[in-house]
Design a protein around this ligand. Structure first.
Ligand code: NDP
Length: 389
């Protein structure tokens, strides 16, 4: 039986992962399930899957979790340290699906115990790509992309020579405000931003899709994951979200990964890699689909894309700065402290203030260095947000 842990089990990716695991209960032994606020869901799944331990990131919810797990035989724990401890428990395959930079350390610890890490948490690669790759190499675990775009690139590259790649095209739906007049964005609310035309995802990533900060993170993730030159990474708006990414080779071939927007494909691919197994996802009817459309990704509408290119050029720890500033700006937008377009301005301001973190020797990056820069960027972002600068 394969030993499985799911970090961020109560979220959108976590629930899709559980959907797949629960279909083959005899194939898996669940070690750890973790969540945050959603204790009822966490306890329900931990009981159903007979997990060894359930952990909530919120220490104040320990009693609630204990009560919900009473007489179940599932261990209950809470807090950051418990989360990290759970990641050190031996497992063969670990899903990293906590949202934000909070997902970095559990993922690293899982890699350190030699697990294969299915990486939905794109922030890990954005903040600490070289550290993630180095840790996986050192301990023999595999890093498997779960972001649909990166899973698509990964699949297109199987059996290929990376030196034959000319370009990688990451598609973007354009999110909730794709067709809004630019002047209306000032009035956009968090609720409006949190509705996605095609994908059913967590609140934060859905708002990041509307601002294209999600795509910006994905461009950086592409660079880090596959070692692709930033100049070879492109974005195109593809409203139907059927093509997830394309890889162009030096003979002119362009390999596209096409499928309905259902994360269970990418999760299932990572779960069964290197094999392919039957997955419960819709099969495409191309005739019914009729046509696929594409538009340029406008950097006036989505300045996050320009910022991502600048971050990739700057290198060093600027990915960690970018992500932390983005997380703080997003939190402020959700709390209605700032307008939707202001998020990009805040991130740009923080990038300028902390530009000295560019160009570090990436081989020497440690978790402590990333944590320090993350902290500095959050303080700087909050200073900008509250106008104290
Ligand atoms: P959700 O918001 O749906 O879920 C996030 C999960 O993380 C929940 O289990 C949540 O617990 C938990 N969590 C939240 N904050 C913390 C914290 N500080 N410490 C520990 N756990 C925490 O997010 P998604 O599932 O949408 O996304 C998860 C990750 O996957 C993100 O990095 C996202 O970018 C990436 N991703 C998501 C895709 C999608 O389709 N959803 C597609 C590709 C990538 P609780 O809910 O109990 O509070």
């Amino acid at each position: 039986m394969r030993r499985i842990s799911i970090f961020g089990a109560t979220g959108s990716i976590g629930q899709n992962t559980i959907d797949l695991i629960a279909r083959a209960p005899d194939a898996y032994r669940v070690v750890a399930l973790t969540g945050g606020q959603n204790i009822a869901q966490l306890a329900r799944d931990a009981r159903r899957l007979k997990a060894e331990i359930a952990v909530t990131a919120d220490e104040t919810l320990l009693d609630a979790l204990r009560d919900a797990l009473a007489d179940s035989g599932v261990e209950a724990a809470a807090g950051r340290a418990a989360l990290v401890e759970a990641a050190t428990r031996p497992a063969d395959w670990v899903m990293s699906a906590i949202v934000g930079a909070a997902g970095l350390e559990p993922g690293l610890r899982a890699l350190e115990q030699g697990a294969d890490l299915a990486l939905a948490n794109k922030e890990s690669m954005v903040c600490a790509g070289p550290l993630m790759l180095r840790t996986a190499r050192a301990h023999g675990g595999r890093l498997l992309p779960v972001d649909s775009e990166h899973s698509a690139v990964f699949q297109a590259l199987i059996g290929e020579d990376l030196s034959a790649v000319e370009r990688v095209i990451i598609t973007a739906s354009g999110g909730a405000f794709r067709d809004w007049p630019l002047e209306d964005l000032e009035k956009a609310t968090p609720e409006q931003a949190a509705t996605h035309p095609n994908w059913d995802m967590g609140q934060r990533i859905t708002i990041d899709s509307a601002s294209m900060f999600n795509k910006a993170l994905e461009l950086i993730e592409t660079r880090e994951f596959f070692g692709i030159d930033p100049a070879m990474i492109e974005t195109v708006v593809h409203p139907e979200s059927m093509i997830h990414a394309l890889v162009g080779f030096n003979d002119g071939a362009l390999m596209a990964h096409v499928g309905p927007p259902d994360m269970r494909h990418a999760i299932g691919f990572a779960l069964h890699y290197p094999d392919r197994q039957t997955l419960p996802v819709e099969r495409l009817d191309l005739v019914k689909l009729g046509q696929l459309t594409f538009r340029p990704a406008c950097e006036t509408r989505w300045p996050a894309l320009r910022l991502a290119r600048e971050v990739m050029q700057a290198g060093g720890l600027m990915g960690a700065v970018f992500n932390a500033a983005k997380e703080e700006a997003l939190t402020a937008f959700i709390a209605r402290q700032i307008t939707f377009p202001r998020m990009a301005g805040i991130v740009e301001d923080v990038l300028t203030r902390l530009s000295s973190h560019a160009g570090h020797n990436v081989d020497a990056i440690t978790l402590d260095m990333v944590a320090e820069v993350d902290h500095l960027a959050r303080v700087a972002a909050r200073t900008v947000i509250t106008g104290q600068a």
